[in-house]
Design a protein around this ligand. Structure first.
Ligand code: IPE
Ligand code: IPE
Ligand code: MG
Ligand code: MG
Ligand code: MG
Length: 299
């Protein structure tokens, strides 16, 4: 990747992060009636992170001239959904992790019950954000967004993927089950992220299908890289404990096909993601750069 492009994509991510963080920071001021729950929600929401899902949504919206007043709340909803999934993913009954985004995991700080509820509240709040009245957006678009996010994050999306991920622990597995897990637990939310940007921009079916394919391939590449970094990355840079997948005997790409082939497949998925945009003449250089960022990142 050329140095200039790397700088541009990092600046873009930084910029999106700033806008989304500013929005999120205002949502939940302290309230004595809901003290520990709000504290737990803010702890996870404002703990950093790459903000990749918000940035993907905003990059699509930006490519088609959607105003940030519309894209930032939708981007924030995606980050809420993601944060909920991380809190629950780290629970002792799931991946049992102690470190997330360089800090102790939610249940370590607030206890399991509050962590669970903070996740529940963030999941619900994501839909609240999508459905709340906003000047400049049609109710029809909002229903589409709520529907898409629900489908991609529910039983036939992320939650179903998480169930399959747990069921595959310690199992030999198959390439089909590996792909199923990665598509569902991770790619579906990334796919929803780009498609929500497309809904905001009122894109036609052909363009939405192209974004759907781009998001799916990018999402696969993202989780392959997550697996890869769990082996070759550093706990310090990732902000989560490396080697966690090996410890839990997770069905991952490196375990199934080795590190080298994992990297190759991730690159191939990124090429397919970019190809899907080209085929529909979607000219969005930042979406291309974000796709490369997904496989070249070290955190
Ligand atoms: C981690 O996601 C969870 C997965 C789906 C692999 P990210 O790597 O996007 O985590 P943050 O948001 O940057 O912390
Ligand atoms: C998490 O996958 C996917 C979701 C949170 C939906 P991982 O379990 O691989 O994510 P990390 O490695 O803990 O961030
Ligand atoms: Mg997991
Ligand atoms: Mg995990
Ligand atoms: Mg992982």
């Amino acid at each position: 990747v050329k140095e200039g492009k790397r700088v541009a994509v990092e600046r873009y991510l930084q910029d999106c992060k700033q806008q989304v963080d500013a929005y999120l920071e205002k949502l939940y001021p302290p309230d004595p009636n809901f003290q520990s729950l709000l504290a737990a929600m803010n702890y996870s929401l404002l703990a950093g992170g790459k903000r990749l899902r918000p940035s993907l949504c905003m990059a699509v919206a930006d490519a088609f001239g959607v105003h940030h007043d519309l894209s930032v709340p939708v981007a924030a909803a995606l980050e809420m959904m993601h944060c909920y999934s991380l809190i629950h993913d780290d629970l002792p009954c799931m991946d049992d992790d102690d470190l997330r985004r360089g800090k102790p995991t939610s249940h370590k700080v607030f206890g399991e019950a509050t962590a669970l509820l903070a996740g529940d509240a963030l999941l619900t709040a994501a839909f609240e954000q999508l459905a709340k009245p906003l000047p400049g957006i049609l109710a029809q678009q909002q229903v589409k967004m709520v529907h898409l996010l629900a489908v991609n994050s529910g039983v036939f999306g992320m939650v179903g993927g998480q169930a399959a991920d747990l069921a595959a622990e310690g199992q030999a597995g198959s390439f089909e089950s590996l792909q199923f897990i990665h598509i569902h637990k991770t790619a579906k939310l990334l796919q929803a992220s780009v498609m929500l940007g497309g809904i905001l921009a009122n894109l036609n079916d052909a363009k939405m299908n192209a974004l759907s394919e781009y998001g799916l391939q990018l999402g696969l590449a993202f989780q392959m890289t997550d697996d890869y970094l769990d082996i070759v990355g550093s706990t310090e840079q990732l902000g989560k404990s490396v080697g966690a997948d090996v410890l839990m005997d997770k069905l991952t790409y490196p375990r199934f096909i080795g590190l080298e082939q994992t990297k190759q497949l991730a690159e191939q998925a990124v090429i397919e993601a970019i190809q899907a945009l080209k085929a529909e003449a979607i000219h969005a250089p930042m979406l291309v750069e974000l796709a490369y960022f997904v496989i070249n990142r070290s955190s």
